[in-house]
Design a protein around this ligand. Structure first.
Ligand code: PLP
Length: 284
């Protein structure tokens, strides 16, 4: 298996960056995760658009052109024979003597890519997952996809230690913002499909964006608004979305069953349509 590190395809076991990389010392960097199904990249363009936005927000320059990055993604997939899985890409501000402020003499941003093979990700939702609520203790720029993920790491770990797969983060008003690495959705007893509006409080998930378009096509009653943990526990259905999990039903919140405790029809339908959308993507 290969990794890509600053212009080279290297054996994954030998892939390394400098100890004074600002990503390593200060989490001064951003990343993207793009899903791959049956050899097709899912939503490459919006992922690269979001990368562009994250970089601009942090005043980090593109390490290579966008076109070159697209090429590197494909070349790494080819070398690693990636058919189902993920492409991870990370840009950090670069290598400089440690100082919180940006380097005064410009440094070259560091670009790293890896791939991960997973089992074929299909239309079937599986049995669903449990989530555990955790206080959302993150900063006020959760719209930037930065590698500074400690609050997410701690929340996910707490969830896993309790036997849950994902953490649902709850803000000071009692609203569920999103998951530790996924967006959060519910279907209310009146059949409203609800996910939190995007602002600096959550990451605008690419999967979330595609599901919005699908929900519109299906003429579902989609509402973007905050919802409380209590409302989620009373919901008919709940699910998460991300490049990794597609649409995955939530069947338990803090140990209490959601609806009848089984994956619901809305999550199943959205996942089917999402897979159909992925299948229509460009073969790499
Ligand atoms: N929210 C957070 C905090 C995330 O880290 C992620 C993805 O990793 C998501 C939501 C889902 O985003 P996407 O659909 O682009 O994978």
């Amino acid at each position: 298996r290969y990794a890509y590190v600053n212009g080279r395809y290297v054996d994954h076991r030998d892939a390394s960056v400098h100890i004074e990389d600002r990503g390593y010392q200060l989490a001064d960097g951003v990343y993207e995760v793009v899903g791959v199904r049956d050899g097709r990249l899912i939503d490459e363009k919006p992922h690269l658009d979001r990368l562009d936005r994250s970089l601009r927000e942090l005043q980090i320059a593109w390490p290579v052109s966008r076109q070159a990055l697209s090429f590197v993604i494909r070349e790494l997939m080819r070398r690693n024979r990636l058919r189902d899985g993920l492409v991870y890409m990370q840009v950090t501000r670069g290598v400089a003597r440690r100082d919180h402020a940006f380097p005064t003499t410009p440094v070259k941003p560091a670009l790293v890519l890896t791939t991960k093979n997973t089992k074929h990700v299909g239309a079937d939702t599986g049995p669903g997952i449990s989530v555990k609520s955790q206080p959302d203790i993150r900063w006020e720029r959760c719209d930037i996809k930065t590698v500074g993920l400690l609050p997410n790491v701690l929340a996910k770990q707490a969830a896993r230690e309790s036997g849950a797969y994902e953490a649902w983060l709850v803000d000071a008003d009692g609203n569920v913002t999103e998951g530790a690495s996924t967006n959060a959705w519910i279907v209310t007893p009146d059949g409203e499909l609800v996910t939190r509006h995007t602002d600096n409080g959550i990451l605008a998930g690419i999967t979330r964006g595609t599901l919005k378009a699908i929900a519109n096509d299906l003429q579902l009653k989609l509402v973007e608004r905050p919802f409380t943990l209590a409302e989620a526990k009373r919901a008919k259905e709940a699910f998460i979305s991300s490049a990794t999990s597609f649409v995955t039903p939530v069947v338990k919140i803090d140990g209490e069953p959601v609806g009848d405790g089984k994956p619901g029809p809305t999550a199943r339908r959205l996942r089917e349509e999402y897979v159909r959308f992925a299948d229509a993507g460009e073969l790499v």
